[in-house]
Ligand binder design. Structure first.
Ligand code: CUA
Length: 305
């Protein structure tokens, strides 16, 4: 999307430059043309012109609307990762970027990606505000403690591209840099094969789910002390206080870290909070696992939420 973004910037700069030059030149020209040439010269009153007023209101209005519509359409496309995007988890931490690929291979401060494939980054922070910025792709997104954010891009040319932290985050902020290595799909597969994987994010999440004893309360059916997580992701949940929320990444994150924040209707808030016990990387693995849980039976009845 970099080309389109540059075109929009070019358009805005061209419009601004045109009017800045036009107005400045006319100011100079009129100053000379209408200067006082004899002592008896006196200015004449001008009582305005409706046609002129309308013209110089209407033209900038249309230009501003073009910029707005163009910018908004680009923004929405940038904010909506394609459904077929490959997901990579990235965690910012003073002062490094930890990257986890779908099949479980991990790396630090480097991110290998295949070209011609949309990549969706799910971004978290272990400590303070960071910002994952890849200027060559014209994308950047804040890594916010306590929240998951996303950005996406599609690399088109193999090569190495800078990653910068674009949010001041402490002493070594300027050293929190890395690179994207865009490779052909074949090279990417070869690179993955050479990496050490400890299982996919979802498999690691499943292991954690058992290690943390989540599975003793969250059973596939509705018989557990906690609500079943099967078929939960992406659906609407009714809370004890009557609110309805969508079970997205951030809902799952909050419910693991601070289980009392949103208690599901019909259940008691007896789950311990895992804040401080689960790292951001583990959290992403747990979410990856919960996303894979399909509904236990085809049509759960209303009471079985
Ligand atoms: Cu991380 Cu600046």
């Amino acid at each position: 999307m970099a080309t389109e973004m540059d075109l929009l910037y070019g358009f805005i700069i061209a419009v601004c430059t045109f009017f800045a030059v036009l107005v400045s030149a006319l100011v100079v020209y009129f100053t000379i043309k209408y200067r006082r040439q004899r002592p008896e010269d006196v200015g004449a009153d001008i009582h305005g012109s409706l046609a002129l007023e309308l013209t110089w209101t209407f033209i900038p209005f249309v230009l501003a609307l073009v910029m707005f519509a163009w910018g908004a359409s680009l923004f929405f496309r940038l904010a909506t990762p394609p459904a077929n995007a490959m997901e990579i988890f990235v965690v910012g931490k003073q002062w490094m970027w930890k990257v986890q690929h779908p099949d479980g291979v991990r790396e630090i401060n480097e991110m290998h990606v295949p070209i011609n494939r949309p990549i969706r980054i799910t971004l978290g922070s272990e400590d303070v505000l960071h910002d994952y910025s890849i200027p060559a792709f014209r994308v950047k997104m804040d890594a916010v403690p306590g929240r998951l954010t996303t950005l996406w891009f599609e690399a088109t040319t193999p090569g190495e591209y800078h990653i910068f932290c674009a949010e001041y985050c402490g002493t070594k902020h300027s050293g929190m840099i890395g690179k994207v290595i865009a490779m052909t799909p074949q090279d990417y597969q070869a690179w993955l094969a050479g990496g050490r994987s400890t299982g996919t994010a979802a498999q690691n999440g499943e292991r954690l789910f058992a290690d943390l004893a989540c599975n003793t309360c969250h059973k596939p059916d509705a018989t557990g002390r906690g609500p079943s997580l099967h078929g939960l992701f992406g659906n609407t949940v009714e809370l004890a206080d009557g609110r309805k929320v969508v079970a997205d990444d951030n809902y799952l994150r909050e419910s693991i870290m601070n289980s009392q924040a949103k208690v599901v209707k019909g259940y008691q808030g007896i789950m311990p909070a895992f804040q401080g016990m689960v790292s951001e990387e583990n959290l992403m693995q747990l979410i990856a696992y919960i996303r894979t849980l399909k509904p236990a039976q085809p049509a759960p009845d209303a009471a079985g939420k």
